[in-house]
Design a protein around this ligand. Structure first.
Ligand SMILES: C[S@@+](CC[C@H](N)C(=O)[O-])C[C@H]1O[C@@H](n2cnc3c(N)ncnc32)[C@H](O)[C@@H]1O
Length: 553
């Protein structure tokens, strides 16, 4: 981190300050994790390497014993399974035979069992084990990195006693077992109760999630990245990180001047204030007071806002005030207060109209808030969204329930409200699904219009490039491609020239839309991740191809 210095902040521990100007899109630094591990849901399958978290691209595995017997080695893309005792999967013999794994292997199953017994996260428990083992192999590096983290630890333990106690129990049982098994003194000394729980606290405060390198962006791994762990949080960050395998790249997403603090975002930028704050309290133990969190309308993004019943009442009496485009509407948004004693949130709802006095927790506002909560719950109901191929109309129930909310609540939310984003995203997916089952052009067109709305909201909420915006444009391009194919299919079935000409005009429009969507997605990816990143290269290719298609018409 040559271009930065580390300073102390009274409330937030350390912070990272730029000493040189950094331009938007610039790679700020890159680092390999001290240790990393796949998340719990990926541990028992062969999707990611148990040591370096590389994805299993080919999806095939061979047994280590079989590899040894073969005269020709297994192809590079093939995963192998550990047969020393833990049965985890590795991307190759280098990782499977790595010294850290050799030392941890015989303890892995004990930790898994104990984590299950005490309701601890299995991946976190195993990352704790790997960290203390690696400490014995590379003590200097440990001291400089993991050992130098968690200045916020005391605070964290005070507020999360119940969770930490479970890890105390886990390690105590392991130590007991090892004593009963007459384990050698030097091995027993590795499993120090205080050190293990120290590391667990560090993981909770300072570890980073790796995201899958595809458009689903699923969290897949957890790791210690020392430099990145020193960056404090902001809901309008000037840097974003990207992890591939066990390497993290931190990229500037806004210009950073010398003397400015580097800030990244620990939570989903596309969630409203209340959600972000709950998440930060739960996962990182602080209440964020950034400008976005303290602004009554999230700096005019209105991400949590509901129409103010008092203002709409006053405006209703004033014939000039009604405006179909929402421009003259006023909205209430939550101001969040967290009580550390009772560990509970309370919210007061404020109107963005300064002269409005109706800002209290009035019954009307609270009833609207409750409706929004139920709407949100419905939109996130995984059961309703899971397609069961045995059901004749898998989405029928979902669409029926949605229509109840459409009339009741949608028009009371600001069009940039988080629920509107989710609503459009879910609907575009439902229509996309229905298109493939019913082969209907109409569903496709609806799906495209919902994706367009998703892109609009993402763009207006996130004023600088983010991975969500990249994905949103990519999806818009993808769904438009489907639409294009369907239009071509229909055009080819017509003999009437007038119809063919009309469809050709539509086809041209879609070619334009596809090219612009991929172009935007590719530009944003280059800014966010740099142009040598796999995702950026893939999108650039798509963009070039779609531009050529457009020109060839
Ligand atoms: C990943 S660490 C960041 C580095 C940390 N300042 C340090 O000295 O180790 C995360 C911790 O920093 C503190 N922190 C980061 N951003 C903050 C913010 N915006 N407001 C309050 N505390 C923050 C919290 O205690 C959080 O758990």
């Amino acid at each position: 981190m040559n271009k930065f210095k580390i300073e102390q902040d009274n409330n937030r521990g350390r912070k990272v300050i730029a000493t040189e100007e950094c331009r938007k899109g610039q790679l700020l630094f890159q680092e390999e994790s001290f240790v990393s591990i796949p998340l719990e849901s990926f541990l028992q399958d062969n999707k990611y390497c148990y040591l370096c978290c590389a994805p299993n691209v080919s999806g095939t595995i061979v047994n280590t014993a079989t590899v040894a017997d073969q005269t020709t080695p297994a192809p590079q893309s093939t995963f192998i399974q550990c047969n020393y005792g833990c049965s985890m999967y590795f991307c190759g013999s280098d990782c499977a035979n790595d010294m850290t794994h050799q030392l941890e292997c015989s303890f892995v199953n004990k930790f898994i069992q104990s984590a299950l017994d005490f309701n601890c996260d299995i991946s976190m428990s195993l990352l704790g084990l790997r960290t203390i083992i690696k400490n014995k192999l590379d003590e200097e590096k440990y001291k400089q990195t993991v050992g130098n983290l968690s200045v916020q630890k005391d605070n964290f333990i005070k507020n999360n006693k119940a969770i930490i106690d479970r890890y105390y129990q886990l390690i105590d049982v392991i130590i007991d077992q090892l004593v009963k098994e007459n384990t050698a003194e030097n091995i027993l000394s590795i499993f120090n109760r205080e050190e293990y729980t120290n590391v667990i606290c560090s993981i909770m405060i300072n570890s980073f999630a790796g995201i899958s390198n595809d458009f689903r962006r699923l969290p897949i791994s957890n790791g210690f990245f020392y430099q990145a762990a020193l960056l404090n949080h902001n809901c309008e960050p000037n840097s974003l990180f990207f992890i591939q395998k066990n390497v993290l790249q931190m990229v500037a997403v806004q210009d950073v001047k010398p003397g400015q603090q580097l800030l990244d975002c620990y939570t989903d930028l596309l969630t409203p204030t209340l959600e972000r704050q709950k998440n930060l309290i739960k996962s990182k133990n602080f209440v964020c007071d950034c400008s976005r969190c303290t602004s009554p309308t999230e700096n005019d993004r209105f991400f949590s806002s509901i129409e103010c019943v008092f203002c709409s009442f006053t405006q209703g009496n004033n014939s000039n005030a009604t405006d179909a485009n929402n421009t003259s509407k006023y909205y209430v948004s939550p101001k969040v207060i967290y009580n550390w004693e009772t560990q509970s949130f309370s919210t007061t709802w404020r109107c963005n109209n300064r002269s409005c006095s109706g800002q209290a927790n009035s019954r009307e506002i609270m009833s609207l808030v409750q409706q929004v909560d139920s709407f949100h719950e419905l939109l996130n109901n995984k059961e309703l969204l899971t397609v069961d191929s045995n059901t004749i109309d898998p989405y029928g129930q979902f669409l029926k329930q949605l229509s109840k909310f459409e009339s009741g609540i949608l028009n009371k939310l600001h069009p940039n409200h988080y629920c509107c984003l989710l609503y459009n995203l879910r609907l575009s997916k439902v229509y996309e699904y229905l298109t493939s089952t019913a082969d209907s052009l109409e569903y496709l067109l609806w799906s495209v219009s919902h994706y367009k709305e998703v892109s609009r909201i993402v763009e207006s909420v996130i004023r600088h490039p983010s991975s969500e915006a990249i994905d949103s444009f990519y999806h818009l391009g993808r769904i438009s491609e489907k639409c294009l194919l369907s239009l071509i299919h229909q055009r080819n079935a017509f003999t009437d020239q007038e119809m063919i000409d009309r469809l050709n005009v539509e086809i041209k429009k879609y070619l334009e839309l596809i090219a612009t969507s991929y172009q935007k997605s590719s530009d944003l990816a280059t800014i966010c991740y740099g142009d040598s990143n796999t995702k950026s290269m893939l999108l650039k290719e798509l963009s070039l191809k779609s531009n050529m298609n457009k020109l060839s018409l």
